[in-house]
Design a protein around this ligand. Structure first.
Ligand code: PGA
Length: 255
């Protein structure tokens, strides 16, 4: 179901006490902020060791939800250092980010592996936030639509309608992540509309209209309102600005 949504991707930041302090501040700042018909669902995605504690600190049954930043593709077994979707669900996770460009780039996660992770996450009842986005040279050579179209086709469109219904897409141009160089709202809208059109082709128009598509990449308290006002932008996947409670609260109010 399509909805406004803001997810905070804490990446590999914050110790356990620091994370608990931040989530306390976010809950305080955002509780009064996020009311009204347009109020977004809020997903906090801390590193694995902080998940349970941060989840406990979130008010239950409301607009706050817990998410992880990755999961393994198997349910259990001899995979030292890995965390399964079932484990994430057992500590209260509802969402999991998959296909983030940092994992595609540094951990060599490809579409085949991501396909397995998607299936495993869905089987455990998690809702994937699936990231797509082009590098700078792709944008500069006018290949953005081809690149994103292929990521969608290879990474996502193998899912059944029922599975796809659980997925949120995040468009994150790699050149905008952590660089302070945000896509303009027109650039974001253009790609979001393209993604929706491709979903309509792969599934149907209703599925496309029902899909939540987030923008990510240097979204902040100053530019969120302009980005979220675009017709096909349903919210944001926020990195750096999610580590500052006041900024994150402002972003949540930017609908
Ligand atoms: P950023 O990160 O907001 O710091 O650019 C976004 C993301 O990578 O999810």
């Amino acid at each position: 179901m399509r909805k406004n949504l803001v997810a905070g991707n804490w990446k590999m930041n914050l110790t356990y006490p620091e994370g608990l302090a931040l989530v306390g501040e976010i809950v305080n700042a955002a509780s009064s902020a996020a009311t009204g018909a347009n109020a977004p669902e809020i997903v906090i995605c801390p590193p694995f060791p902080l998940l349970h504690g941060v989840g406990q600190a979130l008010p239950q049954g409301g607009k706050f939800h817990l998410g992880a930043q990755n999961c393994h593709q198997k349910e259990s077994g001899a995979f030292t250092g890995e965390v399964s979707p079932k484990m994430l669900a057992s500590v209260g996770c509802e969402y999991v980010i998959l296909g983030h460009s940092e994992r595609r780039q540094y951990l060599r996660e490809d579409d085949d592996l991501l396909g397995q992770k998607l299936k495993a996450a869905l089987a455990a009842g998690l809702k994937p936030i699936f990231c797509v986005g082009e590098p700078l040279d792709t944008r500069e050579s006018d290949e953005t639509f081809n690149f994103i179209g292929k990521q969608l086709a290879d990474g996502l469109f193998h899912l059944s309608n029922e599975e796809f219904d659980q997925v949120t897409i995040a468009y994150e141009p790699i050149w905008a992540i952590g660089t302070g160089r945000t896509a303009t709202s027109a650039q974001a809208q253009e790609v979001h509309a393209f993604i929706r059109e491709r979903i309509a082709r792969a599934y149907d128009g209703k599925v496309a209209l029902d899909t939540t598509i987030l923008y990510g990449g240097s979204a902040n308290a100053q530019n969120a309102r302009e980005l979220f006002s675009q017709p096909d932008v349903d919210g944001g996947l926020i990195g750096g600005a999610a580590l500052k409670a006041a900024d994150f609260a402002t972003i949540i109010q930017s609908f």
